[in-house]
Design a protein around this ligand. Structure first.
Ligand code: TYM
Length: 324
């Protein structure tokens, strides 16, 4: 048996992935796949909370699989699969629901945010952390690479593992989040956390014109080009940190001394993003040309993941007395 640590993560197929998904999560997925027994999932059961249109869901899911491959996930190293190809995730989530209280789930940030905005919350959204706990715990996952916004969800998974183990006896391993400092929360073009739901993203595979036009929309204060600027509070500079590593020291001193206008800074950022994205976009086009191959990768990954999940569920069903 492999002695590699087990890693699992996922992204919801709810829109085009953006540069914050890449720096917060996908880049780590690629870096970690050699040294770990890795599972990368397309969280389509979670996605159903927002995408309730069959053809759209199918299209977003296939496209996210293409994105995974384009950034460098390799099916020879990682298990790449659709969450719904392993229905045991939903089965385990149900079992977790039975040992979880409403007040505990009501403390989740995502639930509190939705409630504060007076949104009508689906039961699926309310139970979101239990399905995510099942995703993670069903594979005996050691490490969950994510952005900072998912930290609490990994804590919910740990708590749930502990609670189940306390009630039914040692069954689940306690997972750890892996969050990279500096990219834990990548800001969007309006300065809030970059998020598909805030409409403030720069898509990871955007075309050049789209990148330029989004960069020009980045929100800044109203300082003139000659005035000194604070790189620590500027949204353009926050993105330079990701895309302009070689020029960062120079940009920083020009900000502090004055003389670099926001327009110039945005134009430079756009060109650096384009340089970074162009090869990824080209690779994506090649992969997208053969959708049957991508579907086959998902099918193979789903079968591999499911075999592991079924083994774990057999134990869970014995412990809970559901099978005997
Ligand atoms: P999702 O689809 O919202 O986001 C995918 C990944 O991108 C990271 N991310 C960010 N990182 C830094 N700055 C940002 N502005 C930013 N926005 C998004 C997220 O932290 C995440 O790592 N619940 C998960 C999907 C999921 C999952 C799982 C993840 C379902 N089951 C099990 C790990 C393990 C989600 O909604 O991610």
């Amino acid at each position: 048996m492999s002695t590699k640590k087990i890693l699992l993560s996922g992204i919801k197929p709810t829109g085009r992935p953006h540069i914050a998904n890449y720096f917060g999560a996908m880049r780590q997925f690629v870096e970690l796949q050699d040294a770990h027994d890795s599972f990368y999932m397309i969280a389509n059961y979670h996605g159903l909370n927002t995408i309730q249109n069959g053809p759209e869901m199918a299209d977003l899911t296939l496209n996210l699989a293409i994105d995974y491959l384009a950034v460098g996930l390799d099916p020879a190293k990682s298990t790449i699969f659709k969450q719904s190809d392993v229905p045991e995730h939903a089965e385990l989530a149900w079992i977790f629901d039975t040992i979880t209280t409403m007040p505990y789930l009501m403390r989740a940030h995502a639930f509190k945010d939705a409630e504060a905005k007076n949104k009508e919350i689906s039961v699926g959204t309310f139970n979101y952390p239990m399905l995510m706990a099942a995703d993670i715990l069903i594979y005996d996952t050691d490490i969950v690479p994510v952005g900072a916004d998912q930290k609490q969800h990994v804590e919910y998974a740990r708590d749930t593992a502990e609670k189940f183990n306390r009630i039914f006896g040692e069954t689940f391993k306690l997972p750890e989040p892996k969050i990279i400092e500096g990219v834990a929360v990548v800001p969007g073009i309006d300065g809030q956390k970059m998020s598909k739901s805030y409409n403030n993203t720069i898509p990871l595979f955007a075309e050049d014109d789209e990148i330029r036009s989004l960069c020009m929309k980045i929100v800044t204060d109203s300082k003139t080009p000659a005035e000194p600027k604070d790189p620590d509070t500027d949204n353009i500079f926050a993105l330079h940190k990701l895309f302009s590593a070689d020029q960062l020291a120079e940009i920083e001193s020009r900000y502090r001394e004055g003389g670099m206008g926001y327009k110039e800074s945005k134009e430079l950022l756009a060109e650096n993003i384009i340089k970074f994205i162009t090869p990824l976009r080209e690779r994506r086009k090649e992969i997208a040309a053969d959708p049957d191959h991508v579907k086959q990768i998902l099918k193979d990954g789903g079968e591999k993941a499911r075999a592991r999940a079924i083994t774990k569920m057999t134990k869970v069903k014995e412990k809970t007395g559901l099978s005997f």
